[in-house]
Design a protein. Structure first.
Length: 278
């Protein structure tokens, strides 16, 4: 999710450590929820699983009630890009579902999303696997760029460069939905674009925490919001993927708050070693 922007909030190391606790709880809750994705499962059941995991860990949802949103996760299936509301929909083999969730610990927020193929991934449409894989890798390319970037806009440049350099059918990067700052609120300044722009944005400085969330589609970039006032779908019904992590910038480097290893395993191929907050 991404909404209105305000002044950039710079966190102390102790505040980022609390966000790290929130991020680890969120990571574990998403792990459990993703593991439950299977043909015959409803999106409402996934929401209940995620909510129970947060409650068990002593965290609160930052989605539930946000601008009236009625659930603890967004479940966006196939042509649904983002903000899908969990309900009675039964998942089928081959569906592509993006699960987006967040958590609050002691007033500090985390936000993360993953795209999953329902059923046996090996039997899925290769184009869907490619879509999700490139979306995920573009997110990690953006995170890797944060290690040396001077401006927030450099992140979008890195994501765009990776996506557009991939062989095969062209994938579209949605421009209407972007990443955001995160901290004492879920959505804060600055906007984090997923595409190249002449707008460099603010300088990257220690204390900034950003949620990077590229959303890619197999078809056109036109979208619309359904009558529920939340679910965003592609006009041409092409499938979409959405990946997201919350990342902290501190004096020693970057740390992925919503990854158990701080992003070490996925950043290694890019030559980046994340720096722990300890």
């Amino acid at each position: 999710m991404a909404f209105g922007q305000q002044r950039i909030e710079y966190k102390t190391l102790d505040q980022m450590r609390i966000m790290r606790r929130s991020g680890l709880i969120l990571d574990a809750a998403l792990n459990t929820t993703v593991a439950a994705v299977a043909p015959g499962v409803t999106t409402a059941q996934l929401d209940a699983i995620f909510a129970a995991e947060l409650q068990k860990a002593g965290a609160k949802s930052n989605f539930l009630g946000y601008h009236g949103f009625p659930a603890t996760i967004c479940t966006s299936v196939n042509e649904e890009v983002v903000h899908g509301i969990p309900g009675p929909r039964v998942l089928e083999a081959g569906d592509l579902i993006s699960i987006d969730g967040g958590a609050i610990v002691e007033g500090w927020h985390s936000d993360s999303a993953r795209t999953v193929i329902v059923g046996n991934p090996d039997a899925a449409d290769p184009a869907d696997r490619r879509l999700s894989d490139i979306t995920e890798e573009s997110m990690w390319r953006g995170i890797a760029a944060m290690a040396t970037a001077k401006y927030v806009g450099d992140i979008g440049d890195a994501i765009d460069e990776y996506v557009t350099s991939q062989p095969g059918p062209e994938l579209g990067i949605l421009e209407d939905y972007v990443g955001h700052g995160i901290g004492s609120a879920m959505h804060m300044a600055p906007d984090v674009l997923n595409y190249a722009s002449k707008h460099r944005g603010p300088k990257l400085k220690p204390g900034m925490c950003l949620a990077l969330e590229p959303m890619l589609v197999r078809g056109g970039l036109d979208t619309r919001t359904l009558d529920d006032d939340w679910t965003v779908v592609t006009e041409d019904k092409s499938r979409a993927a959405h990946w997201e992590h919350s990342v902290a910038v501190h004096s020693k480097g970057i740390w992925v708050l919503t990854a158990a290893d701080g992003g070490a395993s996925r950043l290694e191929p890019w030559g980046v070693t994340p720096a722990p907050l300890d």
